[in-house]
Write a protein that binds this ligand. Structure first.
Ligand code: ATP
Ligand code: MN
Length: 469
C-alpha cells in the first residue's frame, strides 16, 4: 500500500462530483460500475460509493504502473481505491473527473457478479436482496428511506413530541389491529398439556405472547404524561395477504397527543406528510429525478402539487355517496357500514380528488373499541389518509376518553375489562381528549418513490412464504 495515497483526504463520490474540490488531490473509494478503454491509451472507470446516484469518472492513463496488470482488466463490481487530482470534466454528463495517479484493486469481482450492465426486473433483484443496494434504484431507495426516517424524527421533535419505545413483544392481546405472530419458547413437538389444553403458564412469559401489531395503547400512556409522544419501530402482522402494499414486518410511526381532537390530528397528519415530501424533494433531488424518469413518469409534478393544496376532507358517509353515484364498477359492493376496499379508496383519491384525501367519521361497527364515539351514535372519530397509487397510508382516530362510554363499548364488543385494566386507568385518572395515528413507513416510501411493490421499499421484505436473508 502506498503511504503517499493514504495521506490524501478521502472524500465521497458525492462531494467529488461537486466542482468545489477541483484541482485538489484526493482519494476516493468505491465499487466499479463500468470501465471502458479508450483508443488513446487510457481507461475510463466509473465508481460509485453509495453517496449519490451519480458515479465519479476516473481517468487512468496507460502509463500507470499497474495499467496492464490490473486496471485494464478491472471488472464491474470490484472495489478500488483511487487517488489523483480532481479536474473539471471535458466530457459531457459530469462536472468533474479524477485524473488518477494511482488505482488500487481492493477486492476483485469475478465475471459471475450478477449485476452486470444489463437491467434486471425488480422481481429478479428481490432474489439478490444482498446485492440490490448496489443498483441505482435500490441505492436511491436506501437514501430516500434514510432521509425520510431522519425527517420523521426532526418533524416530531420540532413539534414537541417525545420519542418513546413501545414493546415489540406484547402479552396483551388487546390491539386487534391485525393477525399476530405468536412468540414462544414452548417445545412445539412436545407441548405441555393441562386439562386437554396447551399449558401456557409454562411459556416464557407465563402466558401467550406476540409480536406487536401497534404501539398505540402503550403510546397513549406516555401521551397522557408527556403530552405528546411518538413511536417509530417495527410492527408485525401475520395477515396472509399477498398484496403489493402489505408486509409481515414493517415500520410504523405512531404519534399520540393529549388535548388533541380529531381536527388537530388531521392537521398534524397533513403537516407531517408535507414536511416529509418537502425534505425529500429538496434533499434527495437527484434520486427523486431518477424515480420520476425511470419508475413513475410524472411523479415529481404530482408530488409538488400535493404541497400546494390543502388536503381534501370527506366524511365516510360522503365518500360512500360519491362511490355509489360514481357509475364505476367495483369488485366489492359499496354500502354504508362496510369497510372500504383498496379499490374504493383508490377511486376516491385518484379519480375523485386527484391527490391526498382524509376520510373521517367511520361507522363504529368496523372500527376498534378505543375510537371516540360521535354524537350520532353510529360513527366514531376515525380518520384515514389516502394517497394516489397506494391508498391508505395513515389510520388514526381521536380516542375515547370518557370512562363510561369506553366501558360500554368494550362490553358491546365482548372485551374483558381485566385485560385492559391499565388502559382503563388512563381514563380514571386525569383523563383528557387525545388523538393519534399510525403511518406505515414503507407505504410512504412507496408513494414518494412511485415504486409499485412495497417489497422493494424495505431492505429485506418479509411476506407470506418468504423470509430470505
Ligand atoms: P390496510 O387496510 O391497508 O391493510 P390497516 O387499516 O389494517 O391497513 P392500520 O391498522 O390502520 O392498517 O395501520 C396503520 C398504518 O400501518 C396503515 O395506514 C398502513 O400505512 C400501515 N400498514 C398496515 N398494515 C400494513 C402492512 N401489512 N404492511 C405495511 N404497512 C401496513
Ligand atoms: Mn387503517
Amino acid at each position: 500500500m502506498s503511504s503517499n495515497a493514504s495521506k490524501l483526504p478521502w472524500i465521497s463520490v458525492a462531494v467529488a462530483r461537486e466542482a468545489a474540490s477541483i484541482d485538489q488531490r484526493i482519494e476516493v473509494r468505491g465499487w466499479v460500475r463500468t470501465r471502458r478503454d479508450s483508443k488513446g491509451g487510457f481507461s475510463f472507470i466509473e465508481i460509485n460509493d453509495g453517496s449519490s446516484m451519480g458515479n465519479l469518472q476516473i481517468v487512468a492513463q496507460a502509463t500507470l504502473e499497474n495499467y496492464e496488470s490490473v486496471i485494464s482488466s478491472l471488472s464491474v463490481g470490484s472495489s478500488i481505491v483511487a487517488s489523483g487530482t480532481l479536474k473539471a470534466s471535458e466530457g459531457g454528463g459530469q462536472a468533474t473527473e479524477l485524473a488518477a495517479d494511482e488505482v488500487r484493486l481492493i477486492g476483485d469481482a469475478p465475471a459471475d457478479f450478477p449485476l452486470q450492465k444489463k437491467r434486471h426486473t425488480f422481481e429478479k433483484l428481490r432474489e439478490w436482496a444482498h446485492l440490490r443496494p448496489r443498483t441505482n434504484s435500490f441505492g436511491a431507495l436506501a437514501r430516500v428511506r434514510n432521509r425520510l426516517a431522519f425527517s420523521v424524527h426532526q418533524f416530531f421533535q420540532e413539534e414537541g413530541f417525545y420519542y418513546v419505545n413501545t414493546p415489540i413483544i406484547t402479552a396483551s392481546d388487546c390491539e386487534g389491529a391485525g393477525q399476530m405472530f405468536r412468540v414462544t419458547t414452548l417445545p412445539l413437538d412436545n407441548l405441555p398439556i393441562k386439562e386437554g389444553k396447551i399449558d401456557n403458564s409454562k411459556d416464557f412469559f407465563g402466558k401467550p405472547s406476540y409480536l406487536t401489531v401497534s404501539g398505540q395503547l402503550e403510546a397513549e400512556t406516555y401521551a397522557t404524561a408527556l403530552g405528546r409522544c411518538y413511536t417509530f419501530g417495527p410492527t408485525f402482522r401475520a395477515e396472509n395477504s399477498n398484496t403489493s402494499r402489505h408486509l409481515a414486518e414493517f415500520w410504523m410511526i405512531e404519534p399520540e397527543a393529549a388535548f388533541y381532537e380529531l381536527s388537530d390530528n388531521m392537521a398534524l397528519a397533513e403537516r407531517f406528510i408535507k414536511r416529509l415530501l418537502q425534505d425529500v424533494l429538496a434533499l434527495c433531488a437527484e434520486d427523486m429525478s431518477f424515480f420520476d424518469e425511470r419508475v413513475q413518469p410524472g411523479l415529481l409534478d404530482s408530488l409538488k402539487l400535493v404541497l400546494e393544496k390543502p388536503f381534501q376532507h370527506l366524511s365516510y358517509t360522503e365518500a360512500v355517496d360519491i362511490l355509489l353515484s360514481s357509475g364505476q364498477k367495483f369488485d366489492y359492493p359499496v354500502a354504508w357500514g362496510t369497510d372500504l376496499q383498496a379499490e374504493h379508496e383508490r377511486y376516491l383519491t385518484e379519480k375523485h380528488v386527484g391527490g391526498p384525501l382524509i376520510l373521517y367519521n367511520y361507522p363504529k361497527t368496523i372500527k376498534p373499541f378505543y375510537m371516540r364515539c360521535n354524537e350520532d351514535g353510529k360513527t366514531v372519530a376515525a380518520m384515514d389518509v389516502l394517497v394516489p397509487n397506494v391508498g391508505e397510508i395513515i389510520g388514526g382516530s381521536q380516542r375515547e376518553e370518557r370512562l363510561d362510554v369506553l366501558l360500554a363499548r368494550m362490553k358491546e364488543m365482548d372485551l374483558h375489562e381485566q385485560d385492559y385494566w391499565w388502559y382503563i386507568d388512563l381514563r380514571k385518572y386525569g383523563s383528557v381528549p387525545h388523538s393519534g395515528f399510525g403511518l406505515g413507513f414503507e407505504r410512504v416510501v412507496q408513494w414518494i418513490t412511485g415504486m409499485t411493490n412495497i417489497r422493494d421499499c424495505i431492505p429485506f421484505p418479509r411476506t407470506p412464504g418468504s423470509a430470505e436473508f
